[in-house]
Design a protein around this ligand. Structure first.
Ligand code: HEC
Ligand code: HEC
Length: 363
């Protein structure tokens, strides 16, 4: 597992903290106020969704397929969810939180008609990313009295199994997908407000972008912990184990996120997230520096309020936010309380067990 990159940044941050102390978000600097160009904000959101999708498809479904299949009727079959079902479930949790940003998987040739494009623009966008898959298709639209920025990113058959399962599915309207083809798209919907000028350069506050990223990560983590680890563990089908790489086991929920974070770093967007704790089982996941420590202490006391700040490393500016990581299932608590390396043994359900640190470049 490669957590080297972030730690290297973190050490730099603490080295520079004498020059520019991390400031709480209240002390708004110019950089905080300018915000993230909307196109880049959508790229960040998409990178996080895609990293989770890749982790689930490759490190869970493909890796385990000899022992445990992913099937459409996963509940009855006691199997893994299909990759699309994982994403659809996670997007449903995130969309229902009502934070504004929404995302969804869809296709021009859907197995499930619910996953069809719902507007003329969505249909047009899908056609466009099939023709031109190297960049997202984007537009701005008014619905009721609110303006939205929408972007469609292509969803490709990353493995042979994506294509072969769709081609042989009785309800698939298309039967000649090949590996590498665009099979559909992920649409991302960002609210811009009631008033906006088409000529101005549209920006989104960084704290709103980190809220979006946290919502995706937390939703992925919830689906993974509840619908995979907890459900299949209880049925004695498969367990989550720390040494998953060598044992045909599921990865732990924390490892799922760390794996996702590694996949996302490969995109070289300078965007980063990390799972840390004041009571880490793995000492590498302790807070690195004053900002992270204060942030973890703050979210443990005020669990609905993220801790945010602005940091400068050399000439580069970053925005950082710490969000609480809660014990969403009883397994979180029992495993940590019983782990020989856990420094804390009295976690309870819904406790804040640690935090997500999200770092965004501001340039
Ligand atoms: C074992 C079969 C299977 C595999 C493997 C599979 N899919 Fe699907 N896929 C489905 C089914 C079934 C649905 C419909 C799920 C639902 O009910 O919403 C679906 C849904 C989708 C959708 C939404 C549109 C639609 O068809 O309903 C997209 C896009 C998609 N899959 C792409 C992929 C990609 C890309 C991969 C590989 C990473 C993949 N699928 C792997 C069976 C599969
Ligand atoms: C089966 C045991 C197990 C389960 C279930 C589990 N964890 Fe962990 N967790 C671990 C282990 C082991 C690590 C350290 C992993 C590593 O070394 O990378 C860890 C790491 C973490 C970390 C990073 C800090 C640290 O302790 O190293 C957090 C935060 C965390 N888990 C929270 C949770 C939450 C929240 C849940 C439930 C959604 C959960 N864990 C479920 C065993 C578990």
């Amino acid at each position: 597992m490669n957590s080297f990159h972030f730690r290297a940044v973190a050490i730099l941050l603490s080295a520079f903290s004498i020059l520019s102390l991390p400031q709480p978000a209240g002390a708004v600097s110019q950089h905080l106020a300018t915000g993230i160009p909307v196109r880049l904000a959508a790229d960040y959101v998409h990178a996080v969704i895609e990293a989770g999708r890749t982790t689930y498809s490759k490190a869970i479904v493909d890796r385990l397929h000899q022992n445990l299949k992913a099937t459409e009727n996963w509940r009855q079959d006691r199997t893994l969810l299909l990759p699309a079902q994982f994403l659809l479930k996670s997007s449903k949790i995130s969309n229902e939180r009502g934070i504004g940003m929404r995302y969804r998987l869809m296709s021009l040739w859907p197995i499930n008609p619910k996953n069809s494009p719902q507007t003329k623009n969505e249909k047009l966008g899908l056609e466009e990313v099939v023709r031109n898959p190297d960049k997202p298709f984007t537009w701005i639209v008014q619905r009721e009295d609110m303006w939205y920025y929408e972007a469609i990113y292509p969803d490709r058959a990353v493995t042979e199994t994506c294509a072969s399962c769709h081609n042989s599915h009785a309800k698939s309207p298309k039967t000649d997908f090949k590996k590498g083809d665009v099979m559909g798209g992920i649409v991302i919907d960002l609210p811009l407000g009631k008033r906006f000028s088409k000529t101005a350069d549209i920006r989104i506050p960084p704290e709103v972008v980190t809220d979006y990223i946290f919502s995706i990560l937390e939703s992925d983590r919830t689906v993974y912990a509840k619908n995979i680890v907890e459900r299949l563990g209880k049925q004695n089908i498969i367990q989550a184990r720390e040494d998953w790489q060598t044992t045909n086991a599921l990865m732990l929920p924390a490892q799922f996120l760390m794996h996702t974070s590694d996949r996302m770093r490969e995109k070289n967007l300078d965007l980063d997230f990390e799972l840390i704790s004041l009571w880490p089982i793995n000492p590498d996941h302790g807070p690195s520096g004053e900002f992270e420590r204060t942030g973890l202490e703050a979210v443990a006391i005020h669990p609905i309020r993220p801790y945010m700040g602005h940091i400068q490393v050399g000439r580069k500016h970053f925005f950082q936010a710490v969000y609480p990581d809660r014990a969403v299932t009883p397994a979180c608590v029992t495993c940590h309380n019983a782990h020989p390396k856990s420094p804390k043994r009295d976690f309870k359900l819904h406790d804040v067990m640690g935090g997500f640190v999200i770092t965004l470049p501001l340039n």
